[in-house]
Write a protein that binds this ligand. Structure first.
Ligand code: NAI
Ligand code: MG
Length: 495
């Protein structure tokens, strides 16, 4: 943990678009306001890219990919650029953490101790991969002749990357790291709610020495800039993180140009507490599972299944922890929960709290209201008496709101846990390893945590079943999504 000396909100040094190695205004001259969610105040006006700027960025990325210095650079040198960027991120950790806090509303302590170290680790890890991505030699049938057959791994090309606002710099690192390690060129479209961090990392990447056109950043809105990237005929691939409804639009819009697509989408992840669990540990896990990052986490444990025999006792413990959480100024090092990212998300969360109380008729045992009188803060909220048919148990709320569902037998637990359109993550708390493995086998989810929650490592694959996505990020798995495999046959002839 980095110590809790107070870090100030940083100066915003860049607000423009990054295209072909140069900072520029949007063609239209338009800008949009970047809002501080802790106060509702405007931080800066940000260049608002649209189709014209995306087109310029795509042209520069295409040129860099086909004929620029990048196209001739050795894989090891590409890796070294990523390692250099990782070093620069380490040197600017406090500034970057403060930008994330200012822009997103997350606590500075978490930005500094969770987000930025994970960002740095991602660039390091993929920097290490760059010169270790290669093909195979294939033992083809001799009866056909004397052939030497081998595969090569080549970059896909120009990649559009559209990211959300909950972990802005980490989502960027998960996209840039593998794409650049594989030799692609990229156009990043950050979320309109959180444009600041990407611009600073873009500047650091230029300082690290990425050639012009290799990395481009076009801030702007999804329906304009994002849409143009998805439809652009010269973009080879779109990697997207966000809502499944947006992914459906992207899929349809990408169909005419048959782009490669990878998606990391939402969840309604089951977090299961058996009566034989270490209940202190499980209560902490339930809390971190849903309230970390203001509940703005795709893998949040938003459906908490608790075995009937310990239900009341467990809810008491969990409620006590929820009520102890320190909400407030995200720049206060003591703060554990900051602001929701935007007024729109705040309204969405408050709408679901209202649905829980008045439509689903669940019991709100704590929270259920805003915190303070400015900014977009929501108290940690626990609903009991929830069943899987209720809207608060079905829809992704993406805020600090959890539904507690009792269960009494294993088979109905598994069927309820899987009765969701999503399949991103899950967790189980028990001392019985047989039960833990049985649940891990039965649950349809891309990640299963046993006696832990939200443990992440850039080396461990992450992604979803069903409506939670296509493909995996992190680890070596993602490299398959940023490369094409070329099979080469050489007729050696007979000697
Ligand atoms: P979104 O999916 O609309 O936005 C994510 C990114 O996609 C942003 O960069 C946005 O500008 C872009 N985008 C939006 N429409 C687009 C389009 N038609 N074409 C191309 N790009 C487009 O998510 P939003 O509206 O910010 O949040 C809505 C809900 O989505 C949240 O309440 C939450 O439930 C979920 N969500 C899930 C995330 C995850 O990590 N899986 C992250 C953010 C939101
Ligand atoms: Mg949207």
């Amino acid at each position: 943990m980095v110590t809790a000396t107070r870090i100030q909100a940083p100066e915003v040094t860049e607000t423009r678009l990054l295209i072909n190695g140069e900072w520029c205004d949007a063609d239209s001259g338009k800008t949009f306001a970047c809002i501080n969610p802790a106060t509702g105040d405007t931080i800066a006006q940000i260049a608002e890219g649209d189709a014209a700027d995306v087109d310029r960025a795509v042209k520069s990325a295409r040129k860099a990919f086909e004929t620029g210095p990048w196209s001739k650079m050795s894989a090891r040198d590409r890796g070294n650029l990523l390692l250099k960027l990782a070093d620069l991120i380490g040197e600017h950790a406090e500034e970057l953490a403060a930008l994330e806090t200012l822009d997103n509303g997350k606590p500075i302590t978490e930005a500094l101790n969770a987000d930025i170290p994970m960002v740095q680790a991602a660039y390091r890890y993929y920097g290490g991969w760059a010169d270790k991505i290669y093909g195979d030699t294939i033992p083809v049938d001799r009866a056909m002749g004397n052939f030497f057959c081998y595969t090569k791994r080549e970059p896909v090309g120009v990649c559009g990357q559209i990211i959300p606002w909950n972990f802005p710099l980490l989502m960027m690192a998960w996209k840039w790291g593998p794409a650049l390690a594989c030799g692609n060129t990229v156009i990043l479209k950050p979320a309109e709610q959180t444009p600041l961090g990407a611009l600073r990392v873009g500047a650091l990447a230029m300082e690290a020495g990425f050639p012009p056109g290799v990395i481009n950043i076009v801030n702007g809105f999804g329906e304009t800039a994002g849409d143009a990237l998805v439809k652009h005929p010269d973009v080879d691939k779109i990697a997207f993180t966000g809502e499944y409804k947006t992914a459906q639009i992207i899929m349809a819009n990408a169909a005419p140009t048959l782009k490669r697509l990878t998606f990391e989408l939402g969840g309604k992840s089951p977090n299961v507490v058996f009566a034989d669990a270490d209940l202190d540990q499980a209560a902490q896990g339930a809390m971190a599972g849903i309230f970390f990052n203001q509940g703005e986490v795709c893998c949040a444990g938003s459906r908490l299944f608790v075995e009937q025999s310990i239900h009341d006792e467990f809810v008491d413990r969990f409620k006590t922890l929820a009520e102890q959480r320190r909400l407030g100024d995200p720049f206060d090092p003591q703060t554990e929960q900051g602001a929701q990212v935007s007024e729109e998300q705040f309204d969405k969360v408050m709408k679901y709290i209202d649905i829980g109380k008045n439509e689903d008729k669940a019991t709100c045992v704590t929270g259920g209201e805003r915190f303070g009188d400015k900014g977009f803060f929501v108290k940690p909220t626990i609903f009991t008496g929830v069943n899987n048919q209720m809207r608060i148990a079905r829809d992704e709320i993406f805020g600090p709101v959890v539904s507690v569902l009792p269960f009494s037998d294993f088979d109905s637990l598994v069927s309820d846990a899987n009765d969701t359109q999503y399949g991103l993550a899950s967790a189980v708390w028990t001392k019985d390893i047989t039960k833990a493995h049985a649940f891990a086998d039965a649950v349809k989810a891309g990640t299963v945590w046993v006696n832990c929650y939200n443990t992440f490592d850039i080396a461990a694959p992450f992604g979803g079943y069903k409506f939670s996505g296509h493909g995996r990020e992190c680890g070596r798995n993602v490299l398959d999504h940023y490369t094409e495999t070329k099979t080469v046959w050489i007729n050696l002839g007979e000697r």
